[in-house]
Design a binder for this molecule. Sequence first.
Ligand code: 3PG
Length: 305
Amino acid sequence: MKVLIATDKPFAKIAVDGIRQEIEAAGFELALLEKYTEKQQLLDAVVDANAIIIRSDIIDAEVIAAAKALKIVVRAGAGYDNVDLEAATKAGICVMNTPGQNANAVAELVFGLLVFAVRNQYNGTSGTELMGKKLGIHAYGNVGRNVARIAKGFGMDLYAYDAFCPAEVIEKDGVKALSSVEELYSTCDIVSLHIPATAETKKSINAALLAKLPKGAVLVNTARKEVIDEAQMVEFMNERTDFRYVTDILPSNHAEMVEKFEARYFSTPKKMGAQTSEANINAGIAAAKQIADFLKTGNEKYRVN
Ligand code: 3PG
């Protein structure tokens, strides 16, 4: 059996070594395709792969059609909006993610971005502190929970809204559960996005919702760019000169955002949230173990399609 790691943004070497150990101990062979620049390289690499480990790499119908021997794709991470689940299901391919494995890394970056934003991008002028501010956690999954844990250390007041997580679960962590997304945005000084990109959430962060934020608010996005209505974000930032936006996912209109709002907008050039050795090891090895278990015993825990 051949397991392919196909990562445009490579794992740390120590994680690749750990994955190799897991895969070889299970009696399988490991192949590696990193930093590919053309889709054709991916199409060629998947031809004889029985299993693939990916990150944000796009597994669309064309890749699935080329992967004639493929049984399983594991997205080493949380979001699987980069995989065509329908095409995978039709081809009889199991798709999994590795929930929680990179959550702390992403949550730590939220605070890296926030301190940078409220200290005026370290430009030497007087900024503000996080202590005592109201932090709104938009979706209380694995990353949201880690954000709550870290925010307590900063002395922030915590609020969350999650359409699927019961209020008792949120409140058990000392976080106030709000009953609507509008209430979260009108209550909080800072909102941290942790919603997945789905048909329902795409472009859901629009001008009407952002307008509810109090003066001086900050939005931090370590989730997906697709959840933002980018045209409305520009309109909103034109009007609300007090508002700041920091993101770990380069917007499609990054050049325009820099040109218009340089002092109130920042994006990392490449998604860095999960880019730590620890997260690479956790997610990569979990993916390798899930693949070995699936191929040997048929265990489908973490299947998402
Ligand atoms: C995820 O969904 O797990 C994060 O967005 C991290 O994505 P990455 O593995 O491409 O860095």
